[in-house]
Design a protein around this ligand. Structure first.
Ligand code: NAP
Ligand code: 3JM
Length: 337
């Protein structure tokens, strides 16, 4: 099997460091790794695969090397500028930022859900928002079985989703210090604002969930609304998802469909207080679903509680799974390198 060269852009960040852990675990056929960050970290070293790697500065010439795949997680403006430069050099960018997700020329991929969209990439493949990814893993099987008319998302999102700065705000807030990353203290608090506010009164995070869900599930007519909330939890996003299906369902059958879905683990035994939680999802690559019950206020309604490690399945794991699928498609001739 051919071996490939992989770059990690933003290697020193919360997502970037998890990329390195997931890459160590997933054992892709890789010849060389190149780790990039800003001038702030260039020259520093990171331990990876038992070796010491020196961080390289990201600049216009970074992709002059023979790089097959670049995993980007260095913020929207970095992706906006450098992803086209990398793609022009023949490298396939798997981008974790929101910069390219809604571009009609860019596939937006959750490997368990729409892997075939990888086939029409033109050099950039987008990784969805963390909150969207875990919802897709749970909703796709229901869409295929019953059709989905409407979705109401209410999220409880960990501070790690706001990077190293988000983590520091909770750690320091516990000690009584003022926040630097968030507008308000996050310790002992819930912030009904993630990312900036838009003209329609929603936050950008909320509209990411609405628009990305429609694109990934391939249904622009799906009715979707979202309220996204930052909570004082270090790791893992939890989501209440209320779904209105198009067809009637049998609850036992619906649970069996979820239990058989790829990447999804059902944890649903209320009698024993067994359901998905942030503390049990931490460090895992799967998405967890529980509290599966009929919404008795509408016809064909169901409520779900969905939890995943936002930096793993919500970011690094999903991106590395895309890379793995891409390599598989190159190797079996589905798409040309
Ligand atoms: P973080 O902990 O703040 O890390 C940011 C990383 O970006 C660091 O490695 C930093 O390098 C690097 N960086 C910043 N500016 C750069 C520049 N001009 N050139 C090169 N590298 C630069 O943030 P994070 O949580 O890892 O998130 C990083 C990005 O990933 C986010 O901004 C977001 O777009 C995306 N993200 C996506 C998801 C998802 O759901 N898909 C989830 C979380 C984050 P230095 O060490 O040099 O500062
Ligand atoms: C998650 O540079 C930025 O503004 C990054 C903001 C950000 C994003 C984003 O919009 O790319 C922080 C955390 C995300 C995301 O996954 O959408």
């Amino acid at each position: 099997m051919k071996k490939y060269n992989i770059a990690v852009v933003g290697a020193t960040g919360m997502v970037g460091r998890t990329f390195l852990k997931v890459l160590e675990e997933m054992n892709l056929p890789v010849e060389n790794y190149y780790l990039f960050a800003s001038a702030r970290s260039a020259g520093k070293t990171l331990q990876f695969l038992g070796k010491e790697y020196t961080i390289l500065e990201l600049d216009e010439h970074a992709f002059d090397r023979d790089i097959d795949i670049a995993l980007f997680s260095a913020g929207g403006s970095t992706s906006e500028k450098y992803a086209p430069i990398a793609a022009a050099k023949g490298c396939v960018v798997i981008d974790n930022s929101s910069a390219w997700r809604m571009d009609p020329e860019v596939p937006l991929v959750v490997p368990e859900v729409n892997p075939d969209d990888i086939k029409w990439h033109k050099g950039i493949i987008a990784n969805p928002n963390c909150s969207t990814i875990q919802a897709m893993v749970a909703l796709r099987p229901l869409q295929l079985a019953y059709g989905i008319r409407r979705v109401i998302y209410s999220t409880y999102q960990a501070v790690s989703g706001a990077g190293m700065g988000g983590y520091a705000d909770l750690e320091n807030g516990i000690k009584g210090e003022a926040p630097k990353k968030f507008n308000h203290p996050i310790f002992n608090n819930c912030l009904p604002q993630i990312d900036v506010f838009l003209d329609n009164g929603y936050t950008k995070e909320e509209m990411k969930m609405v628009n990305e869900t429609r694109k990934i599930l391939g249904d622009d007519s799906m009715c979707i609304t979202a309220t996204t909330v930052r909570v004082p939890v270090f790791d893992c996003h939890s989501e209440s998802i209320n779904v209105e299906l198009k067809k009637p369902f049998d609850l036992a059958e619906l649970k069996a469909i979820l239990a058989a879905a790829p990447g999804l683990v059902v944890q649903d035994d209320p009698a024993n207080a067994f359901y998905p939680m942030a503390v049990t999802a931490k460090g895992k690559n799967e998405t967890f679903v529980g509290r599966i019950r009929r919404d008795e206020s509408i016809e064909n309604g169901v409520n779900l509680w969905v939890v995943a490690d936002n930096i793993r399945k919500g970011a690094a794991t999903n991106a590395v799974q895309i890379a793995s699928k891409l390599i598989e498609m190159w190797e079996n001739g589905t798409i040309k390198r």
